[in-house]
Ligand binder design. Structure first.
Ligand code: ZN
Length: 137
């Protein structure tokens, strides 16, 4: 992975995790899209429904939701079924079908594209942190 792609992934992932974070007793939490368990904001991961290998949806807001480490890394095979089911309810079965049908659509990102994604999501992340009262990390 190139340096610019790593940076794009980093800021995008932070943005997605802060996007759905909710506060409870001074701590921020996310709910895992697959198993539904609550997890601390910084322990949550950015889980992709259509895998990151499919560039077309790698930075798609509808395709990326907070996921726990166990579902994302250990049981990614099984957890994807729960992911799909919960995504059907969260967005809509039509959108889920669209994500699946278009997964192989051509997409090529240049170094400049990655740099733009990184700076865009860095700003969005920092703004969202400020709005929610979260200390950026
Ligand atoms: Zn989980």
């Amino acid at each position: 992975m190139s340096k610019s792609q790593k940076k794009a992934d980093l800021w995008y992932s932070k943005y997605i995790r802060v996007r759905s974070a909710v506060e409870h007793d001074g701590e921020y939490y996310n709910k895992c899209i697959s198993c539904g368990k609550p997890m601390l904001l910084k322990q949550s991961q950015c889980g992709h429904f259509i895998g990151i290998g499919k560039l077309i949806h790698r930075y798609n807001h509808l395709n990326t939701w907070p996921q726990c480490w166990v579902c994302n890394c250990l049981r990614s095979g099984e957890s994807i079924h729960d992911y799909e089911q919960n995504l059907n309810e969260l967005i809509s079965p039509q959108v889920v079908e669209y994500l699946k049908d278009s997964r192989n659509n051509f997409c090529k990102l240049s170094k400049t594209d990655y740099e733009e994604i990184a700076s865009k999501y860095k700003v969005l992340f920092l703004n969202l942190c400020a709005d929610k009262g979260i200390i950026p990390w």
